[in-house]
Design a protein around this ligand. Structure first.
Ligand SMILES: C[S@@+](CC[C@H](N)C(=O)[O-])C[C@H]1O[C@@H](n2cnc3c(N)ncnc32)[C@H](O)[C@@H]1O
Length: 914
């Protein structure tokens, strides 16, 4: 699924392509719509959106996407007179339902003249468009067409003032940078100063500080350079912290007690003339329209770090925040409200809503909390309207609106390790609270500021969390290997002791702690790197949640995360120990039958597959050196190999993943010294090689945390004894490159040592090579694997050990697969040699349509493999179906319902494997 940032990025290119279009071609309208829909993710045809759909009584719709939208296109010259075409578009909508087919009219109608859009939601708002914007403003209004994602995402029609917000943030950030560079005050003072100023500017525009004191003081200071902002603005801030009313005269007459800890310490800074000019510029923005979701994040990007701030710093798009807030807060509450039909029910729901506490345990600038607050206030508003309606329907007296509770801001709780982030979160929430009063009616008084001490600075993994009824947020993304560097060894030891799961991606611990902290029946929604649904990360997070009574109800399996190009995230919403099983599950925007800890549907999940005894001892990770010093140059290898003695035993060609992918012959490009599992006295028989290892490896190992690595310094850290035993007696074996878009299998000579970036399969026959290279094995192998970025990563325990090989196999079937496998090896070798390239380049060319002969042999192999399983040919090309069938086989074998001995394993080896 696409992130908000990705959609916006593509829309910018879309706008650039179409902004000068002024023609009338009808076919161009179709190209325009195809491209527009593609920006949101789907392929128009594939999702069933039809051009020129004629089945309405009133004419031909330009585009009809059943259950989603109707789009009516007009030529660009109609851009200024769209209103004239509304009737036609809405007539289409009126006649687009079909009771006989049980087909409802789609909820949205778009009227578009290339350069201008009107978006209608006629079922709910029949009298006016919900949005109206020009093509150039499409990227910032992209949320208004979110239904084009073809998922359950609702468009967001709220006024968005993103441009203004970014501009305002830019000016504030510029002032901060100037003051910081000039060392106008300590950085903490400057940060407080900027936040105090920002709140005042906002308060002035919303009438909380009457008479525009900031603007007047600044103008005064410009006129009288002999005075200093240190005293004048400082006094204003002091007065804002004074609960008494004395001294509010002159420019301070319209001020009130603000408190809320914001002005507990007035930040006093001397501004020079150019700073004051920037402040004048800042004061000119209409601060009422600043969007708190973005403003806080931009401020955090600038004030939260002492490094230079770049404008355009990334913020989490509201559409992505809503992927958590909607399923975890909004929808459960909507259901609760829909089920409240008596006055007493509705009133109870309102009381419960107003007591509902939300926690974000890594809240940063408070953007998730703000969106949650806005939605909760909206729910409160809906409940109050419902109270009136139900009272009217039942002939009862509606309660006095003044006596009803409101959703309190202080119910928002947060933790963040950065004190500045906490300050920013509070300020943005105060701003948001005041803005929501204009939208949803009065809440607690805006002044004095609500006590937000529930948003605290601290380490969320080391302190208790405040009580909450639901938990949301996006905990920090930090790969396991970086956590130690960022937080230090002592911290890691504490983490290990507290969570007892070893060192994992940092965000994993939040999932665990959130689940433990939740009460039964409560919900959480968190964003995590997609390691949470994969192997080791999963076992410590989502597996833990599911095994402890958590039910995942709504998730996005993977999506790119804004700003961090390499990070792919998963978004997971779950409920702990639900009183009854949920009836609806949404995965990647589509209704499904359930969601597993791998973030797949139960049918597509290999998570329930178990290792098959017969498979054990056949596939391995390559030996892992954990020290670069074992790798030597070609010259060094030649020198050692020319020495008297059997140096060839320990000086070995060393094959890496890149060699498999890029070398013409998939041969090793490096050399390594490998003493295997020899004791030191045996290694001493190769003194020159041992000297190199003693000099280059021993010092590195001595610093290693693990005693075994320090002790056996002459051996690879993980020499893989089992692998060496399994290869014994073979002349060649199969090796697979670990990363990359596809799984690449190649033959390796037995003298070759495979690196830890490869997987090793202890087979020397063409039949086994054929099965491993088939789409059937690839479908299983990549489903059960973890991924780096979005590429599949093969893991022997979940990809190979669980894979049900075809069994039984006749000699004829075996030979057919072996033939195809030999044909693939020889054809691809010939092509690689002819072009002097490797397998990646070759298969990229195959994907583009070249080497149809090679593709044909692959198809023959795939057909031959599925034939042994007894499946129809087409199954080979449907990975989901392959996985479903293999999973059923795996479970049958484990349950003993099916014979399985694909390698004719002697009994004594079965015992060893056990
Ligand atoms: C991915 S950001 C999310 C913030 C915000 N929701 C957003 O979208 O910008 C993660 C936040 O976790 C905070 N953080 C990192 N380590 C933390 C810890 N140990 N305890 C609490 N917060 C932490 C960071 O300061 C950062 O604000």
């Amino acid at each position: 699924m696409r992130s908000g940032e990705e959609i916006q990025g593509d829309l910018r290119s879309f706008v650039a392509r179409w902004q000068d279009y002024s023609g009338t071609e009808r076919s161009e309208a179709q190209t325009f719509l195809n491209e527009l829909i593609q920006c949101y993710g789907p392929d128009r045809k594939a999702v069933g959106a039809r051009f020129e759909d004629a089945h309405t009584a009133s004419g031909i719709m330009d585009l009809h996407w059943p259950a989603v939208c109707i789009i009516e296109m007009k030529a660009p010259r109609h851009a200024d007179k769209l209103a004239e075409h509304r009737k036609q578009a809405l007539d289409y909508w009126h006649s687009s339902d079909d009771a006989a087919l049980n087909r409802a009219a789609p909820p949205y109608v778009v009227l578009c003249a290339f350069q201008r859009f009107e978006v209608w939601e006629p079922g709910r708002f029949p009298s006016a468009p919900r949005a109206d914007f020009t093509l150039d403003k499409l990227p910032e209004n992209y949320e208004k067409l979110l239904f084009l994602t073809g998922t359950e995402q609702e468009p967001l029609f709220g006024d968005s003032f993103k441009e203004l917000t970014a501009e305002a943030a830019k000016v504030v950030a510029g002032l901060y940078q100037t003051l910081l560079q000039r060392k106008a005050a300590a950085p903490e003072t400057l940060r407080s100063f900027l936040l105090q100023i920002v709140w005042c500017l906002f308060a002035e525009d919303l009438g909380m500080l009457e008479g525009h004191p900031i603007q007047r003081i600044v103008e005064d200071l410009i006129r009288h350079p002999e005075r200093s902002s240190y005293g004048e603005l400082g006094t204003l801030f002091d007065v804002l912290n004074d609960p008494t009313d004395y001294g509010r005269h002159g420019v301070l007459r319209g001020t009130r007690y603000v408190n809320g800890s914001l002005f507990a310490q007035a930040a006093k800074v001397h501004l020079d003339a150019s700073d004051l000019a920037m402040l004048v510029e800042a004061a000119q923005f209409d601060w009422r329209k600043v969007d708190p979701t973005i403003f806080g994040a931009l401020m955090e990007g600038c004030l939260g770090h002492d490094r230079r701030w770049e404008l355009g710093a990334h913020y989490t798009h509201e559409v992505d925040i809503m992927k958590i807030v909607r399923p975890t807060i909004l929808e459960p509450w909507r259901q609760r409200i829909d089920g409240a039909n008596t006055l007493a029910d509705v009133r109870r729901a309102l009381d419960e809503l107003c007591a509902f506490r939300v926690l974000d345990p890594s809240c940063g600038c408070g953007n998730f909390l703000y969106v949650a607050y806005r939605e909760l206030r909206c729910l409160e508003h809906e409940l109050k309207e419902r109270l009136v309606r139900v009272a009217q329907q039942t002939g009862m007296q509606a309660p006095d609106p003044h006596g009803l509770p409101y959703y309190p801001l202080a119910n928002l709780r947060g933790i963040d390790i950065e004190p500045t982030a906490v300050l920013i979160a509070r300020v943005t929430l105060w701003m948001g609270q005041r803005q929501m009063m204009d939208r949803f009616g009065p809440a607690e008084p805006a002044l004095p500021l609500v006590d937000l001490s529930g948003i605290q600075a601290g380490d969320a993994l080391e302190r208790p969390w405040p009580t909450a009824d639901c938990i949301i947020g996006n905990p920090p993304f930090l790969g396991a290997s970086h956590v130690r560097a960022a937080r230090g060894a002592a911290y890691i030891e504490r983490l290990k002791a507290t969570f007892n799961v070893g060192v994992k991606d940092y965000c994993v611990y939040w999932f665990r702690k959130a689940h433990d902290h939740l009460g039964a029946g409560r919900r959480a929604g968190l964003v995590g790197t997609n390691s949470i649904s994969q192997n080791l990360g999963r076992s410590a997070s989502l597996d833990y949640i599911v095994s402890k009574g958590g039910v995942i109800t709504d998730a996005i399996s993977t999506q790119k995360w804004p700003g961090e190009a390499k990070v792919h995230v998963s978004l997971v919403n779950w409920i702990k120990e639900p009183p009854t099983q949920p009836t609806a599950y949404i995965l990647d925007g589509q209704p499904v039958t359930g969601i597993t800890a791998e973030l797949r549907t139960p049918e597509r999940s290999v998570g329930t597959a178990r290792p098959l005894r017969a498979n054990l001892g056949k596939a391995f990770e390559g030996p892992s050196p954990k020290a670069d010093g074992f790798v030597i140059t070609k010259d060094e290898a030649d020198r050692l190999l020319n020495l008297p003695g059997p140096y060839a035993d320990v000086v070995r060609p060393y094959l890496g993943s890149a060699d498999v992918a890029r070398d013409v012959h998939q041969r090793p490009s490096r050399w390594a010294i490998d003493f295997g599992v020899m004791p030191l006295e045996a290694a001493m028989r190769y003194p020159e090689a041992l000297t190199i290892v003693r000099e280059r490896v021993k010092p590195v190992r001595e610093a290693n945390n693990r005693a075994a690595y320090r002790r056996n310094w002459w051996q690879f850290a993980e020499p893989r004894r089992g692998l060496r035993q399994a290869l014994h007696g073979l002349e060649r074996y199969i090796v697979m490159g670990r990363h990359g878009k596809r799984l690449l299998f190649a033959w390796a000579d037995i003298r070759t040592l495979a690196s830890d970036a490869t997987k090793v399969f202890a087979f020397d026959d063409d039949y086994s090579m054929g099965v491993l290279s088939s789409r059937t094995h690839e479908a299983w192998g990549t489903r059960g694997s973890s991924s780096i970025k979005a590429d599949p990563r093969y893991t022997t325990t979940t990809s190979f050990d669980t894979f049900p090989w075809p069994f039984p196999v006749t000699d004829q079937q075996r030979e057919r697969i072996a033939d195809a496998s030999r044909a693939i090896t020889s054809r691809r070798q010939a092509s690689c040699v002819a072009n002097n390239f490797g397998l990646t380049a070759l298969y990229n060319a195959v994907d583009e349509g070249a080497y149809t002969d090679l593709k044909a042999v692959h198809n023959e192999l795939d057909d031959a493999v599925v034939a042994v399983y007894g499946w129809p040919k087409a199954v080979a090309h449907e990975p989901d179906e392959v996985v479903r069938r293999l999973l059923a086989l795996n479970l049958d074998i484990v349950a003993g319902a099916r014979n399985y001995d694909p390698f004719d394993t002697p009994t004594e080896l079965t015992l060893i494997a056990e």
